[in-house]
Design a protein around this ligand. Sequence first.
Ligand SMILES: *Cc1c(COP(=O)(O)O)cnc(C)c1O
Length: 400
Amino acid sequence: MTISEQWIERADKVIMKTYGRYPIVPVRGAGCRVWDADGREYLDFLAGVAVNNLGHCHPKVVAAIREQAATLIHCSNYYHIPPQIALAELLCGRSFADRAFFCNSGAEANEAAIKLARKYSRETFGPERYTIITAAESFHGRTMATVSATGQEKVQRFFDPLLHGFVHVPFNDAAAIAAAVTPQTCAVMLEPIQGEGGVNIPAPGYLKAVREICDRCGLLLILDEVQTGLGRTGKLFAHEHFGIEPDIMTLAKALAGGAPIGTMLAREKYAAAFSPGTHGSTFGGNPLMTAAALAAVNALLDEGLLERATAMGAYLVKRLGELQAKHAIVEEVRGIGLMVGMKLTVPGGEIVKQGHARGLLLNVTHDTVLRFVPPLVVTEREIDEAVAILDGLLAAAAAS
Ligand SMILES: *Cc1c(COP(=O)(O)O)cnc(C)c1O
């Protein structure tokens, strides 16, 4: 038995089966590569689901974690936390936001956004104003409130009764949002580009139209940038592509270079609704995680990785376009920066498995969309390597 197989056998006995895990046991990573317990090398085009934007074990993040771990790991939000303050200054200084709340995940950041929107709206307009409009095929997390916000039946089934007060409308349909607004509506919550829903790009003018509806009806616009944020699309935040600003934005995945953290950022007008005691988190924004995030965001900016995401994203889309021209099972290639989807005419699950066998980590979402979210430090050579493997996988898939 290989070392990986031994671990898998042990996992089988004690780990809850919440994930359909692949038979791979990564134990080490550097840049765009990971190695498994038996020393097999993989080219990583999933990057921990858009988490490792800086590549694996970025030296500045590693150093920040080492140093902070030896200084103060945790103390509690009863006190002021210097790296948390510096991180909030950095994120607010680079965005529309005035204040940050820190938590530990994307779902928690969205929970905070939902609670803030409700509290602000109830205090400003009255207790009946609590409904949030979200999109079909959206994904906002796995807690009860974020499952209720998510527009996918497969995430919601088994967990009734869901949280009351969410209305789902088709993505890319501003008229549907306008039609869904009632006196009870308090906010619209969207991913600027849907990730789990299949890398769905907003139509030209969609987000601007949504912003206008929110302004006209006095609704908060909440953007879930948990996956699209932190340079993934070539801008620090994806909404910068569309000429709008939200009132609340949530971030998580890539924020701390792989360490768990989430944040909700808001304009002062709304942030003021969270008074002492109304929301909180034990670990949220603790010294260790915020030191890691501070190093990660600074590395992203200092090392030109936004520009790099734009350039490498264009190159990846061009190379994938060549595969589209060659393989009839490729229906469409779409993406912004290094958030790229390849829509197939067939389910992509087997291609992912065969990719693993050939040393390429990739992912399928929404059944038929191969999703490419490599580290932003990816090189043209690494893209060429992935495309060469994919070329073979698509040919094999078409033949079977
Ligand atoms: C991953 C994701 C989440 C959930 O984040 P967790 O850290 O898993 O809770 C929420 N929204 C979007 C858009 C995501 O991609």
